[in-house]
Write a protein that binds this ligand. Structure first.
Ligand SMILES: [Zn+2]
Ligand SMILES: [Zn+2]
Length: 348
């Protein structure tokens, strides 16, 4: 089969690889759509823990083969891949904290992923979806679940005011979940006007571009002492630092942006956090018990009732064969994008 393989830092190729056969207890999915995640771009640009790896974890397809011990009834069913492969046995798995598993794998990061014609995964890593959903929308279930998980971790309640820092794909998914779950006011910041425009279209009440106005001043006018909940989705240290003054005393900040590990924050950050008695909450992936969690089932419901708009988040579509060229462009910042969908069946 054809697949896109990360062979080294900044070396990614479209090539022939052996077609996987499902192991016992596993099944195989013919990939119909796979979306590029920011984490895939990071693996390409900054390098990854292992090489000769097929990337890709936001994907959808049709089950075409099952391994020993797996019901043939699966064949022909449409599904999304659940990328986290927890052990289901360790202390954290037993608590339902799957993303903290002592011994996990991850499809497209620690084992072969979905930038390919086929992927084979354990039975529990298949999320069956209704056939009427488009494969593109199903491929975007995973990033939606991350945003939904952020709100669950932040214990978001209907009627609260929220600030979303960063209108990339997770930020835009968060805006939609805030709208769906009944936020009183949704304020979004980003330095790119295009992103803010989409944010308005999917539910933001107010958008702010900090490269054009004094963000803290503007937000003070809007929310006084600060938002009830602030969602950090930029991964920029200065923005993280600002998030405290944007959040009301006893408010919550949920962190999902990956910060650069070679930077640090002054301890005045902790001092301010203590004085305002603010909760700083980490978010990693999107899982809860029972696996994979309500984040996944709620996303399906929201897709079926039309409240979650995936189309506005898709900026580009390419055949899978074009992936190396796409990564190259993104790597040198020559392709402004939201979600990019790759199709393994289209030929260039
Ligand atoms: Zn992702
Ligand atoms: Zn575990």
């Amino acid at each position: 089969m054809k697949a896109v393989v990360l062979e080294d830092k900044k070396i990614i190729v479209y090539k022939d690889v052996p077609t996987p056969e499902p192991d016992p207890g596993h099944l195989r999915l013919r990939i119909k759509a796979v979306s590029i995640c920011g984490s895939d771009i990071k693996r390409y640009v900054d390098g990854h823990r292992m090489y000769h790896l097929i990337l890709g974890h936001e994907s959808a397809g049709i089950i075409d083969r099952v391994g020993k011990g797996v019901s043939e009834d699966y064949i022909g069913k449409h599904a999304a891949v659940i990328p986290l492969v927890p052990c289901f046995e360790c202390e954290q798995c037993r608590r339902g904290y799957y993303s903290a598993c002592h011994n996990y794998s991850f499809i497209g990061s620690r084992q072969s992923g979905c930038y390919a014609e086929f992927v084979e995964v354990p039975e529990r890593n298949i999320f069956i979806v209704p056939e009427k959903l488009s494969f593109e929308h199903v491929a975007l279930i995973e990033p939606s679940t991350v945003a939904r998980h952020m709100l669950a971790l932040g214990d978001f309640k209907r009627g609260e005011t929220a600030i979303v820092l960063g209108a990339g794909s997770i930020g835009l998914m968060a805006v939609q979940w805030l709208r769906i779950l009944g936020a009183k006011r949704i304020i979004v910041t980003d330095i790119l006007e295009d992103n803010l425009h989409i944010a308005s279209e999917v539910g933001a009440h107010v958008t702010i571009n900090p490269s054009k106005v004094d963000m803290e001043k503007e937000l003070q006018k809007l929310v006084g002492d600060g938002a009830d909940i602030t969602l950090e989705a930029t991964g920029v240290p200065q923005v993280l630092e600002q998030s405290l003054s944007l959040t009301r005393p006893h408010g919550k900040i949920v962190l999902a942006g990956n910060q650069p590990l070679d930077k640090s924050l002054p301890l005045s950050f902790i001092e301010n956090m203590m004085r305002r008695e603010i909760s700083l909450i980490g978010c990693f992936m999107s899982y809860s018990a029972p696996f994979p969690g309500h984040e996944w089932t709620e996303t399906i419901d929201a897709l079926l009732n039309g409240s979650l708009d995936m189309d506005k988040l898709i900026s580009h579509r390419f055949p899978l064969s074009k992936a190396p060229a796409v990564f190259e462009k993104i790597g040198v910042h020559q392709l402004a994008h939201q979600k990019i969908i790759l199709n393994p069946e289209e030929t260039a």
